[in-house]
Design a binder for this molecule. Structure first.
Ligand code: NDP
Length: 258
């Protein structure tokens, strides 16, 4: 048997798919043959990034500017993508933000700043897709939330009093929606990355000493590259994952497990 993932004929929406982990996901999804709709917040080069992916893998790849926390815009955008790019088969809710502060300094604005995109913004996209799947009686919808290991275990020395709870909420949301939407055939799962070298973790990328300190907490003795996260998402979107729902795939190089 030749084991090959084929996503041809599907359109996959990847929020934050223009850089970091999301970019690696967009590329690997396109490589597997799916059309890709990237939702980004403000990066000027996102349309060009999408164009290059489309040309490289011979698929339709388009970038759409929208704030995932704007429910009305997201609902309309999913309808537009459905008709312009093709029937949506999968959604990867990857967009997120993280800024660190001492817990004593956090304000309500910081709370909304984290929970808006990281939880509400994940929900708006999942809901917009599920509405379309119900309307079109599509019975093979796939949703992947990009959470974090820090949704389960607080990481030492990192001040993330709001970020970590957003990821715990996303884990719970995945399980709850998986239960509620199973009847329609929709599968909802979570990718929980450990440390990944992206803009979100710029200090890790730029500071070798810090990077090696973090790496020492993993069994593999290194942090992850974005492409090492993306394969799990492609698998969860594929037919090989047809009996997986409501669960977390932890991709952390063995962080905290020893
Ligand atoms: P980056 O900071 O590199 O990229 C974030 C992406 O999200 C960008 O594409 C950004 O768009 C988009 N985005 C942010 N807010 C919004 C919004 N309101 N609406 C639409 N798009 C938005 O992040 P990473 O690649 O590092 O992280 C991706 C996901 O993985 C996040 O959910 C993060 O929490 C999670 N994660 C990351 C880890 C890491 O070590 N890096 C570890 C564990 C989990 P734009 O470019 O336009 O700003």
């Amino acid at each position: 048997m030749v084991w090959q993932i084929d996503l041809k004929g599907k359109t996959v929406v990847v929020t934050g798919g223009n850089r970091g982990i999301g970019l690696a996901i967009s590329e690997q999804v396109a490589q597997a043959g799916a059309h890709v709709a990237i939702i980004y917040r403000s990066s000027q080069d996102a349309p060009e990034v999408a164009k290059k992916i489309g040309e490289k893998y011979g698929v339709h790849c388009e970038a759409y500017q929208a704030d995932v926390a704007d429910q009305a815009t997201i609902t309309e955008l999913f309808k537009k993508i459905y008709f312009d790019v093709g029937p949506i088969g999968g959604v990867v809710c990857n967009a997120g933000i993280n800024y660190k502060k001492d817990a004593l300094e956090y304000t309500k604005e910081d709370f909304d700043g984290h929970f808006g995109p990281n939880v509400w913004g994940v929900f708006t996209c999942a809901q917009a897709a599920q509405k379309l799947w119900k309307e079109h009686d599509y019975r093979n919808g796939r949703i992947v939330f990009v959470s974090s290991v820090s949704g389960t275990i607080a990481n030492k020395g990192v001040k993330q009093a709001f970020y970590n709870p957003t990821k715990a909420a996303v884990n719970s949301l995945a399980q709850t929606l998986a239960m509620e939407w199973a009847e329609q055939g929709t599968l909802v799962n979570v990718l929980a990355p450990g440390y990944v070298l992206t803009d979100m973790n710029a200090s890790l990328r730029d500071d070798k000493v810090e990077r090696e300190k973090i790496a020492a907490d993993t069994m593999l003795n290194r942090v992850s590259e974005p492409h090492e996260q993306a394969g799990t998402v492609v698998f969860l979107l594929s037919d090989y994952a047809s009996y997986i729902t409501g669960t977390q795939m932890i991709v952390d190089g063995g962080l905290h497990h020893w």
